[in-house]
Write a protein that binds this ligand. Structure first.
Ligand SMILES: NC(=O)c1ccc[n+]([C@@H]2O[C@H](COP(=O)([O-])OP(=O)(O)OC[C@H]3O[C@@H](n4cnc5c(N)ncnc54)[C@H](OP(=O)(O)O)[C@@H]3O)[C@@H](O)[C@H]2O)c1
Length: 457
């Protein structure tokens, strides 16, 4: 008879949530947002730990985030992305990691690898398309197998775009269908609009590695494309004046359109959405009903300002980053003098609390489509209907991003069985039918229908 082995039962994770990179500029605002939900009566967040490479900075972060209250007793864990065993230890101590360590192309891979290996869930605030697609290529299979849910871009990149597009597309009630939705982002403030170096560095490295993204895509099977009624959108002018919303606008090369396309790709392959790990029949019904109302559309994002001069400033920054970002000396210059090359929009020490408090965003979604899908079958090529919707909220990087990240985390903690067992997936396809939009509305990010009208001629 074989000798009986002592049974080893893995002890349950100690924390609901670990925030990795909590000492960073964005990380500290994420901690502040998390404290609002820690141990409150209806919250699933009962235990939290902060992780990073510098315990002293993490302790200061906790003090800053709890101010003016006394900091709660929250464990501080040392972990470094260059030390994989420290990441493995993190994964065994929690069910979910919120990763705020960026640029993600430099530091993110080992964190996703550890989560995919151990089955720990993972959310981040990445806005770097090459990182997201590379993680999907490398870890989707493993994560699906171990039950690790890996979702990037759970911040201003790209939840307002994903949920804003879905919100607009759901206003097209049968037989109406959208053909294209153009999003216009407008950043507003009575003070200055400023971002921290971390985001700027991620953008600069994105330009430097643009060819790597193309290479990756060429090496991968193409994702299914949705069938969108009507012709592809016309190219349009480089600078556009959108009179309906009072903005001048130019194309914004952000992650948004790419992330939206990934979600629409998953939806095309799974028209009823992705089944949950252990879904109730009630949730299956809710999920299928939700996705049956989302209609795909061509999607693009532009940045808008009230004056033409504002657009010229944006284009100047685009030219600086686009040209200098390709060469190592150029990148050195860009990162050495961020304020100069970003005309004051990015600063090494980030915005002041006052600047953060005073800033806000509006994201307009101008949808064009057909009042009746049969018009397309009859050969009509020109949309005859317009629906404008808007997503609006506080400052994008350090208020809206933490709000979104925390609400995604609370959904993972409270509705895990309704979400896919695992895999590397975009936020839209994972959180679409979970009530994330309503949660964002309750937390200061609004979704509104602005107008619906017939287009003449
Ligand atoms: N989705 C969005 O809309 C959005 C919004 C805001 C920010 N972001 C992204 O978030 C990222 C962070 O930006 P940020 O401005 O907060 O940057 P940051 O202030 O430089 O913070 C970076 C954090 O990463 C930590 N870190 C760096 N290397 C590490 C390592 N080897 N091991 C463990 N931790 C390490 C830093 O720790 P130390 O404190 O010890 O240096 C710090 O906590 C960027 O990629 C940015 O693009 C996205």
């Amino acid at each position: 008879m074989p000798e009986l082995q002592p049974q080893t039962t893995a002890s349950p994770p100690s924390y609901d949530l670990i925030i990795l990179g909590a000492s960073g500029f964005t990380g500290k605002y994420v901690v502040r947002e998390a404290l609002k939900f820690l141990n409150t009566p209806a919250s699933p967040l009962k235990s939290l730990a902060l992780a990073g490479r510098n315990p002293t900075k993490l302790t200061q972060t906790l003090k800053w985030a709890a101010h003016p209250n006394t900091p709660p007793s929250i464990p501080i864990i040392t972990a470094d992305t260059t030390d994989p065993p420290s990441l493995h230890r993190l994964c065994t101590q929690t069910t979910l990691i919120l990763n705020c360590v960026g640029p993600f192309r430099l530091y993110g891979d080992p964190v996703v690898a550890a989560c995919a290996e151990t089955g720990c869930d993972y959310l981040d605030i990445c806005g770097e398309p090459e990182f997201m697609e590379r993680m999907e290529a490398q870890y989707h299979g493993k994560a699906a197998e171990t039950g690790s849910l890996v979702v990037s871009a759970c911040g201003f990149d790209s939840v307002p775009a994903e949920f804003g597009l879905m919100f607009n597309s759901r206003q097209w009630v049968d037989p109406a269908v959208p053909n294209r939705v153009e999003a216009y982002v407008s950043l507003e403030s009575e003070k200055r609009i400023v971002g921290n170096l971390g985001t700027y560095e991620s953008a600069v490295l994105g330009v430097a590695n643009a060819d790597k993204l193309q290479e990756l895509r060429r090496s991968r099977p193409r994702r299914a494309r949705p069938a969108i009624p009507g012709p592809p959108p016309p190219k349009g002018p480089t600078i556009e004046q959108q009179k309906d919303i009072g903005l001048w606008a130019v194309k914004l090369p952000s992650a948004d359109a790419i992330v939206v396309r990934r979600t629409l790709g998953f939806l095309t392959e799974n028209p009823r959405g992705l089944p949950g790990r252990n879904e109730s029949s009630e949730h299956i019904e809710k999920r299928e009903a939700f996705w049956s109302t989302v209609k795909p559309a061509h999607f693009g994002v532009k940045i808008g300002t009230k004056s033409l001069l504002g657009i010229l400033r944006i284009m100047t920054v685009g030219v600086f980053i686009g040209l200098l970002g390709r060469f190592s000396f150029g990148r050195w210059l860009l990162l050495k003098f961020p304020s100069f090359f970003s005309v004051g929009w990015f600063r090494k020490k980030g915005p002041s609390e006052d600047e953060v408090r005073n800033a806000s965003f509006k994201m307009w979604f101008v949808g064009h489509g057909f009042s009746d899908s049969s018009l397309v079958l009859q050969g009509s090529r020109k949309p005859n209907m317009e629906i404008i919707t808007r997503v609006m909220g506080p400052e994008i990087g350090y208020l809206t991003t933490p709000i979104i990240l925390l609400q995604c985390a609370l959904i993972v903690l409270s509705q895990r069985d309704n979400l896919p067992k695992g895999g590397v997936l975009p936020a839209g396809i994972v959180f679409g039918p979970t009530g994330l939009q309503e949660r964002l509305q309750e937390n200061g990010i609004s979704f509104d229908v602005i107008s619906k009208k017939a287009l003449s001629g």
